[in-house]
Design a protein around this ligand. Structure first.
Ligand SMILES: CSC[C@H]1O[C@@H](n2cnc3c(O)ncnc32)[C@H](O)[C@@H]1O
Ligand code: ZN
Length: 427
């Protein structure tokens, strides 16, 4: 018999976008019921959620988890300078164990700030998968691929093995996509092979696209097309694509993306810090494109806090469009949860608190002074909440954070391992 859990008397952000005082009944890994009338639910365990807000766990649609190891190592630089002169040389020294512990540090931070799913693109992905499996979090994993010697062939092979060994593994918490890094690291011939592999495995693609003005300029010079148009020509957009960044887009790019149902991972914090630019989120949403939120890696953000990303997304759109109505609070929250789930191909399974969805839930304490007065809880969540408000987090009905304490991870060991490995890598 599946274990049952009752979250009693919470403020629940429901499927209709309103917040009402409700109970949430959970059976095994799924939400069985949300409402306020059911009296006869026999729960194995009851959590009193008085003065707590229940939302779907945040979905971080783009990160490089193990880059926690490089947090604060190289700041205040532009993307290509940062990658070529600081990050890539340090990444060449990474071992599988480094990636496991760096990913674990990311997972600690993500769970403690209310994230229940993350999409990762990096190296040594079986170790990232193991970290996700060990911790209980949900993850969508891609082996980052660059189409240049000496690792181009190996990356294709490792992507296929990762897919075969980990897609739908760990009680269904882990899924796998293919991760060609970007148009400037993957030449057209290589991208065609990625498309062939995606077709054979029926795998989707996670890629960085149109992140900087320089990327678009170079692509136009070398291929006579924008990165989006080039991906379209190569068949990449027919595979089902999660495109990270999408900062510099033409009207024609947006029309192609809408037609091809490209989903976007918007990373406002990283885009600001690397001075990449401001993505046209309002225009993407108006074109009917699915936009989720991501932190990018902790070396370019420098944290993995989706509350912060949600607030930045709402604020930055207003600045870009000179319009206070651009990306209202409710839209930002939807992007951090339901739309993020859709962006990762998990729509209908997570991202909403309703019967039949997986029980991936974040409870926030409403006791801090910044939650008063309470005209509008969605507004308070997006514009005033703090990560320290995150009280309880569950994935698949399993509690990973209880009253602020991790239940599956030894945080002190993780911090120790990450610190000593980071010292070696950046020496
Ligand atoms: C091939 S694994 C992923 C690869 O991406 C690098 N990376 C981190 N942040 C960004 C970014 O904002 N744009 C492009 N590439 C990025 C990371 O360091 C890995 O090398
Ligand atoms: Zn990235």
């Amino acid at each position: 018999m599946a274990k049952t859990l009752l979250l009693k008397n919470a403020y629940v952000w429901g499927a209709d976008g309103t917040i009402t005082k409700s109970d949430i009944a959970i059976s095994g890994s799924e939400i069985a019921w949300v409402g306020s009338e059911k009296q006869d639910w026999q729960a194995d365990h009851v959590i009193d959620c008085t003065d707590k807000l229940a939302i779907p766990g945040f979905v971080n649609t783009h990160t490089h988890a193990a880059m926690t190891l490089f947090r604060s190592y190289a700041d205040d630089m532009a993307l290509m300078d940062w990658l070529q002169n600081k990050i890539w040389p340090a990444e060449r020294k990474l071992t599988a164990e480094d990636v496991y512990w760096g990913s674990m540090l990311a997972i600690v931070e993500m769970i403690k700030t209310g994230t229940t799913t993350f999409a990762d693109m990096y190296f040594f992905m079986p170790e990232v998968a193991q970290a996700a499996a060990d911790s209980g979090i949900r993850a969508v994993l891609s082996r980052g691929m660059a189409g240049v010697a000496p690792t181009a062939e190996q990356a294709l092979h490792e992507s296929e093995v990762l897919f075969r060994e980990w897609h739908n593994a760990a009680e269904g918490r882990i899924t796998v996509m293919l991760g060609p890094h970007a148009p400037y690291t993957c030449p057209p011939a290589y991208l065609r092979r990625v498309v062939e592999l995606a077709g054979r495995l029926k795998a989707e693609i996670h890629i960085h696209l149109s992140e900087t003005a320089g990327e678009v300029e170079t692509c136009l010079k070398e291929h006579g097309k924008t990165p989006i148009a080039l991906m379209n020509e190569l068949g990449v957009l027919d595979c089902g694509v999660l495109a990270a960044h999408c900062v510099h887009l033409t009207e024609e790019d947006i029309a192609i993306m809408a037609r091809k149902k490209v989903r976007v991972a918007h990373n406002p914090g990283s885009n600001m810090k690397l001075a990449s630019g401001i993505a046209p989120v309002h225009e993407l949403l108006s074109a009917g494109i699915c936009v989720g939120l991501g932190t990018d890696g902790a070396a370019s953000n420098n944290n993995l806090d989706m509350l912060e990303e949600m607030r930045l997304a709402a604020l930055l759109a207003k600045v870009r469009n000179n319009d206070p109505l651009a990306v209202p609070a409710a839209t930002a929250l939807d992007m951090a949860t339901r739309r993020g789930a859709e962006a990762l191909g998990l729509g209908g399974s997570i991202g909403v608190l309703a019967a039949g969805y997986k029980a991936d839930i974040t409870l926030l304490s409403l006791q801090g002074p910044h939650w008063h007065p309470r005209h509008d809880l969605v507004s308070l969540l997006v514009y005033a909440a703090q990560s320290g408000d995150v009280d309880t987090v569950m994935v698949n009905g399993r509690i990973l954070l209880e009253k602020g304490n991790l239940t599956t991870i030894d945080e002190e060991r993780v911090k120790y391992e990450a610190a000593r490995r980071s010292m070696r890598l950046t020496r």
